[in-house]
Design a protein around this ligand. Structure first.
Ligand SMILES: C[S@@+](CC[C@H](N)C(=O)[O-])C[C@H]1O[C@@H](n2cnc3c(N)ncnc32)[C@H](O)[C@@H]1O
Length: 258
């Protein structure tokens, strides 16, 4: 195996997602990596196998690159809530988001587009959008300030199903070094939550994501991830003192020691 491995060498195991990752993902403007989309959709497949169901949401859909991959991993009857202020870089971004969803087969009944400022959304307002159903997955990729991340994390936690997962984008990113402070404060305040795994960066734009879950679900998810993505497991893992978690990467080498 070459290092780093080609992202195309990893698959989610969901045919519709993998076809989009191979043929559509790179054509949709966005900032998430193909590797992260593959692992996240693969995690949704694991959830389905474990009987975990429900809607999903993303704060910061932008033009839909990552959102479409996740929406294509849903089961019949499940919906994907796409939240964004949709004013950057111009107001037409919402039309491009909708057009990309249509082009790549995310039907109107599967997606719910919500133009909003996530910092002012209450859990009750969000759950009203999902018919009261708690979320199996929440991708947080909105404004990258400590205050916004804290608010988005609080919202995600409040609406998450017991067996749900939260994905945090742009962790350990050189441009946003203080976001880790918010994550550590959050983990201290929420001992019921742990980091399930780290999805390593592909590039500086396609940056690292953290996956969080409730402590009671950690072992079940970890066991499945280890089996499904064995070739991506970086041997040393991540030390959250005292909690350890998986690191999934396209580059699983260790430093050479003579
Ligand atoms: C980095 S882009 C998201 C990229 C996208 N998730 C992807 O993977 O390609 C960040 C997005 O967050 C949105 N955003 C920023 N602050 C927000 C807020 N307070 N509420 C909702 N969306 C916000 C921006 O409009 C932008 O579209």
């Amino acid at each position: 195996m070459t290092h780093p491995a080609d992202p195309a060498s990893v698959s989610s195991g969901i045919a519709a997602v993998d076809a989009y990752l191979a043929n559509g993902f790179a054509t949709v403007p966005g900032m998430s990596s193909r590797f992260a989309a593959t692992i996240t959709a693969g995690l949704m497949r694991i959830q389905t196998g474990l009987g975990v169901t429900g809607p999903i949401a993303e704060i910061g859909t932008f033009e839909g690159r990552f959102f479409i991959a996740l929406a294509k991993a849903l089961q019949p009857g499940e919906v994907a809530l796409g939240m964004d202020i949709f004013d950057w870089p111009n107001p037409a971004v919402i039309d491009r988001f909708e057009a990309n969803c249509v082009k790549h087969g995310v039907a109107a009944g599967v997606r719910e587009t919500w133009k909003c400022d996530s910092r002012t959304v209450t859990p009750a307002e969000l759950l009203e959008r999902t018919g009261g159903r708690r979320l199996r997955l929440f991708h947080v990729d909105g404004e990258h300030s400590r205050a916004s991340l804290a608010k988005d994390l609080a919202l995600a936690t409040a609406v998450l199903a017991d067996d749900g997962v939260i994905i945090l984008d742009d962790m350990l990113h050189p441009g946003y070094p203080t976001l880790m402070v918010t994550v550590h404060e959050y983990l201290t305040q929420h001992p019921e939550m742990v980091v399930l795994c780290i999805i390593d960066r592909e590039t500086i734009v396609g940056a690292t994501k953290f996956v969080l879950c409730r402590a009671g679900w950690f072992k079940r998810y970890e066991t499945e991830l280890l089996a499904v993505f064995e070739q991506c497991v970086w041997p040393l893992g991540a030390d959250f003192e005292p909690h350890w978690c998986l690191v999934l990467s396209l580059d699983t080498r260790l430093a050479a020691i003579t």
